[in-house]
Design a protein around this ligand. Structure first.
Ligand SMILES: NC(=O)c1ccc[n+]([C@@H]2O[C@H](COP(=O)([O-])OP(=O)(O)OC[C@H]3O[C@@H](n4cnc5c(N)ncnc54)[C@H](OP(=O)(O)O)[C@@H]3O)[C@@H](O)[C@H]2O)c1
Length: 283
């Protein structure tokens, strides 16, 4: 795995396998917050910050952004192995049908990472948590047929009724009605912690992610920068989003990030790990 560490100030908490240790170096997290899950995120974005070619039918996937990078997939596995659960918005599932229309098993881990996770986190199966207010999710997709992946769907009473009208899939999800409309990020992270989810990795699209970011609830951000330029969509097609959706800041209040690590996979990919630094860190 030709991933080259350039800088790494991470905590040194986990006994990474030898190859991962060589490519990545130290890996760990700060202490957990008192009453909620710790929240990380992972996005792959272009040089101009775009995370989806959603205006191009069938091409609004993270893979189109990463260019199918093997190193990006490897980092995704590293991160999934070290979090208790993965958080997704229903929009990502709807927009990523895969070539055969059956979607992806987002919890899939290579056998080596699965064994490592069992040993280190004591978790046998991957846990994928999906948020939907509407309940507009197809339970016939691959995710709900994967025996090694447990799924929870957090929704509204209306969403739960809609989901329960579908035929139960091979591996039925746990459906939980938590609110009447959109679920508030702070309450959600408190609820998840109460369910034993210490660390959650947000791999949703921008709609869900921006709510967590705006609420100051993203503890750290993992970013793959793919060195391609996407540019803008031609109107009237939907705009190509950044990870931060419609959020808007002024220079004096814009959140700054602090660099924790940077790795490169030449010639096309840079991997950043960032933590929120509050206001501008300029002199
Ligand atoms: N480049 C990358 O790394 C990356 C990563 C992930 C996704 N993406 C791309 O992002 C695009 C999808 O973006 P998106 O913004 O539409 O997807 P998203 O954020 O994953 O999903 C949005 C949906 O999640 C549900 N939701 C959001 N906030 C909620 C809340 N507070 N409570 C309850 N439900 C909530 C809603 O579902 P309902 O409408 O059902 O109520 C909403 O429509 C896709 O093209 C995907 O490929 C890229």
């Amino acid at each position: 795995m030709p991933l080259i560490p350039l800088r790494n100030e991470s905590e040194d908490q986990f006994p990474l396998p030898a190859l991962a240790r060589r490519c990545y170096g130290r890996f760990g997290f700060p202490a957990l917050p008192a009453r909620r899950s710790y929240c990380s995120s992972n996005f792959v974005q272009t040089l101009d910050g775009i995370v989806s070619y959603r205006d191009l039918p069938g091409r609004g996937t993270a893979r189109e952004i990463s260019g199918g990078s093997a190193e990006d997939r490897w980092v995704a596995q590293l991160l999934r192995a070290h979090h208790d659960a993965l958080l997704l918005g229903a929009g990502t599932l709807r927009e990523e049908p895969a070539r055969d229309g059956r979607g992806y098993d987002y919890g899939r881990l290579a056998p080596g990472w699965r064994a490592y996770r069992r040993r280190v986190l004591g978790r046998e199966r991957s846990l994928v948590i999906i948020l939907t207010a509407s309940g507009d999710l197809d339970l016939g997709t691959r995710l709900f047929a994967a025996p090694a992946t447990e799924t929870w769907i957090l929704t509204t009473a209306t969403g739960a009724r809609r989901l329960q009208r579908q035929t139960a899939p091979p591996v039925p999800p746990r459906i939980v009605a938590l609110g009447r409309g959109l679920l508030a990020p702070a309450e959600l992270l408190r609820w998840l912690r109460g369910q034993g989810v210490n660390r959650v990795l947000c791999e949703s699209g921008p709609t869900l992610y921006a709510q967590f970011f705006a609420a100051g609830l993203v503890d750290e951000e993992f970013r793959t920068i793919a060195l391609q330029v996407a540019g803008v969509a031609a109107p009237p097609a939907p705009a190509r989003p950044t990870a931060y959706d419609q959020l808007s800041f002024r220079p004096e209040s814009a959140p700054w990030e602090r660099l924790i690590s940077v790795h490169v996979a030449p010639p096309h990919h840079i991997f950043l790990r960032l933590r929120r630094a509050g206001r501008a860190a300029r002199g």
